[in-house]
Design a protein around this ligand. Structure first.
Ligand code: SF4
Ligand code: SF4
Length: 119
């Protein structure tokens, strides 16, 4: 009677006891159409740790919440200010880019974020 529903329910509940590796979606997503995902930050955090201590995913997220033109939303500006380290602290070591499964140009992203936020 409940065959399909039971299987789906069991699969959903199994998520709760899955290991961190089993819940890691980055590898699966990165294997999808490269043109769709390549170069786009998914905020997954796999590029950490940053040599300079920058929270790269957060910087990318705040930068992407800013329009290219016009004022930066005050809430975004405040969240960026609250980061311990900022994009301008990037020393362009490239270590993070080797760890990014999505091929994000992080050094360039930090440079652009520093330019947009001013530091
Ligand atoms: S830069 Fe790459 S590894 Fe880092 S959060 Fe974005 S997608 Fe993930
Ligand atoms: S390239 Fe910049 S953002 Fe990436 S690990 Fe080095 S200092 Fe951090």
């Amino acid at each position: 009677m409940c065959g399909k529903l039971c299987r789906e329910t069991e699969a959903a509940v199994a998520w709760c006891s899955a290991t961190a590796a089993e819940k890691d979606y980055a590898t699966a997503i990165s294997g999808l159409e490269k043109f769709t995902w390549h170069g786009h930050c998914m905020y997954c955090g796999h590029c950490a740790p940053c040599t300079a201590g920058i929270d790269i995913a957060a910087v990318n997220k705040f930068r992407n919440l800013c329009p290219d033109d016009g004022p930066i939303p005050e809430t975004v500006r405040e969240h960026y200010r609250g980061l311990t380290h900022h994009a301008s602290e990037c020393v362009a070591c490239g270590a993070c880019e080797n760890r990014c499964p999505f091929g994000v140009g992080i050094v360039e992203a930090m440079r652009r974020a520093a330019g947009r936020f001013g530091y």
